[in-house]
Write a protein that binds this ligand. Structure first.
Ligand SMILES: Cc1cc2nc3c(=O)[nH]c(=O)nc-3n(C[C@H](O)[C@H](O)[C@H](O)COP(=O)(O)OP(=O)(O)OC[C@H]3O[C@@H](n4cnc5c(N)ncnc54)[C@H](O)[C@@H]3O)c2cc1C
Length: 439
């Protein structure tokens, strides 16, 4: 599997996206040049790796981050930029899986993710179009309202700021009556994600970490009490190593951590953005500046950017897109949801990979002492990867497991992972059928 993926992904090329076109200058991340010794080496400079670097450095650890391309190259620089609290599963479902105490601890940690993101943005003066206007969760059918209302009940019970909008109010906020009622979670917000990734990188550098771009790691092996990491440009000897490669695990260096790659399902998400909307359309569509993601199994998510472009994203093909036609289904969904955008030009189309786990929970592993891994955010990684990366960084620096919001578990490869394209294809068809039936 990783071999196939490797042939489709070029870590040297920065994928085109709205975010790449509108981001501020990149921080200095010179390639590794020679051998280095440090406390913690981190593979991958997305939100997980950069936040881990920042938090470990703040604890006094010497940190080197090794990134195959440039910081933010992966999902972190390409996502929808929706800063969302919580996990995919409802709090009660998580408690059912993990037990009440552990479940509530993880829920509280994930619900606080956006607070950490906006706190870091403020503390390090990160320029990333940050807004905190809330997150709408519209129901795609009348019956889907029940599940959202149950979600709302569980959030309000835990003291979180969220409310229900009946269909007319939801339509006024969304700028369309395509959906039914909606939950409004006031804690959500938006960022320019590539700008946020670059800002996190700058913050990590400011705290003393070293970040090396264009330094793909090809081998991680035990050396005495610590680890030896071989990257293009040199070797790093580190007391501990954190793999923060998420859905790109194994894609860029086939053979590296195949077992970890087999424990997640890499899923593609595709986004389109329009040219900036007219003043009138901007006043009609998402006038308060919220982001949204709807209740479909293959959910649609959307928002405007700082220039007033409309963005819509959703699940894409299993392979990398080859041209505009591969985004046809998202463009169709955009024009169906917002018929007034029929004549507005699409200026950007791009995609990236996120990692889904079988239990929809993030996973942390330490298969051997000092070999750490964190991944699997199931589409909620802006806040969750920042938070979990931070927790892993603090754990790596201090050895104190109480920093971790969930237990370290064994890596469990998904059975028949090699047949995942077949499986995912069947699931895709099945979910689409269910979504269509419930319309
Ligand atoms: C299109 C899209 C839209 C999304 N929208 C949202 C959203 O709106 N809100 C939300 O919360 N989440 C969203 N997500 C999910 C979110 O972006 C991810 O969960 C999050 O960015 C994961 O961060 P990460 O640091 O773990 O992984 P990544 O950002 O993917 O970083 C992994 C890094 O590892 C590097 N790497 C891999 N192998 C090697 C190697 N051998 N050597 C060195 N480096 C290596 C890669 O180059 C990459 O930079 C979206 C994802 C996608 C793809």
């Amino acid at each position: 599997m990783p071999q196939q993926l490797a042939s489709m992904i070029d870590p040297k090329a920065l994928p085109p996206s709205l975010w790449a076109d509108t981001v501020e200058e990149a921080p200095e991340a010179a390639p590794l040049d020679g051998d280095v010794v440090c406390d913690l080496a981190i593979v991958g400079a997305g939100f997980t790796g950069l936040s881990a670097a920042l938090h470990a450095a703040r604890e006094g650890a010497s940190v080197v981050v090794l990134e195959a391309s440039e910081p933010g190259w992966g999902a972190s620089g390409r996502n929808g930029g929706e800063v969302l609290p919580g996990l995919k599963l409802l709090p009660e479902e998580i408690c059912g899986l993990m037990g009440r105490e552990a479940g509530e601890a993880l829920v509280a940690f994930a619900e606080a993710g956006p607070d950490l993101v906006f706190e870091l943005i403020e503390r390090y003066a990160i320029t990333c179009e940050a807004t905190r206007a809330g997150w709408l969760r519209p129901a795609h059918t009348k019956s889907a309202e029940d599940g959202l209302k149950e979600n709302l009940r569980q959030l309000v019970e835990r003291g979180h700021a969220a409310e229900w909008l009946e269909a007319p109010d939801a339509a006024a906020q969304l700028g369309t009556d395509t959906w039914h009622g909606a939950m409004l979670d006031h804690r959500g917000g938006t960022v320019q994600p590539f700008g946020y990734a670059r800002g996190l990188c700058r913050a990590a550098l400011q705290e003393g970490a070293r970040v090396c771009g264009s330094s793909p790691v090809s081998e991680v092996k035990r050396a005495g009490d610590g680890w030896q990491i071989t990257a293009r440009g040199g070797q790093v000897k580190a007391g501990k190593v954190l793999l923060a490669t998420n859905a790109y695990t194994g894609c860029l260096s086939p053979g590296l951590n195949d077992r970890l790659a087999l424990s997640i399902m890499p899923v593609s998400s595709f986004i389109v953005a329009t040219e900036p909307l007219s003043h009138n359309l901007q006043k009609t569509i998402l006038p308060q500046g919220q982001c949204f993601s709807d209740s479909r199994r293959f959910l649609l998510y959307g928002r405007k950017d700082a220039a007033g472009r409309m963005l819509l994203g959703g699940r894409g093909l299993l392979r990398e897109p080859r041209g505009p036609d591969d985004f046809g289904h998202i463009e169709k969904a955009l024009r169906q949801a917002y018929p007034m955008l029929a004549d507005v030009r699409i200026s950007h189309r791009w995609s990236g990979r996120l990692a889904v786990t079988p239990d929809y929970l993030p996973h942390v592993h330490e298969p051997e002492p000092g070999l750490l891994m964190a991944l699997g955010y199931t589409g909620r990684g802006v806040a969750l990867a920042t938070a979990l990366g931070g927790a892993m960084g603090r754990y790596a620096a201090t050895g104190d497991q109480s920093h971790l919001p969930l237990p370290l578990t064994a890596i469990t490869p998904i059975p028949f992972h090699g047949a995942r394209a077949l499986y995912a294809g069947a699931l895709f068809t099945w979910y689409r059928a269910l979504d269509a039936l419930s319309n």
